[in-house]
Design a binder for this molecule. Sequence first.
Ligand SMILES: [Zn+2]
Length: 139
Amino acid sequence: MIDSRSLEDLRPVVKAKAKAFLEACAKENIEIRITSTYRDAEAQNALYAQGRTKPGKRVTNAKAGQSMHNYRVAFDFAPMKNGKIDWNDTALFARCGKIAESVGLEWAGRWTTFKELAHCQYTGGLTLKDFQAGKQLEE
Ligand SMILES: [Zn+2]
């Protein structure tokens, strides 16, 4: 099971944007922790089971193959305050989201159907269906 937090596990073009995001945040004195990058099918299904067949809070509606994390084009982040993550500081997440957008990432805090403050992705215009059909980002 692979449940990575390493930027190295992202597609190169996404990794480059993630690095630009971290640098832009650092310039504004915001320290970022990357909490998830690539997840394999097993890890995705384990996450999906949480809050359904396993204890815990539901954190995803995506089964294996249905998450952009499975295609190495998404990552989750959290801003740190005094070495800790404050999941309730939505204003700080929104500030980071704007920074993510400024480097060309899509920030899921803007989504209306399944809003996720911690999620960023870059799909180059490809859809989930495209990825499921085996298409990949051009480098
Ligand atoms: Zn995510």
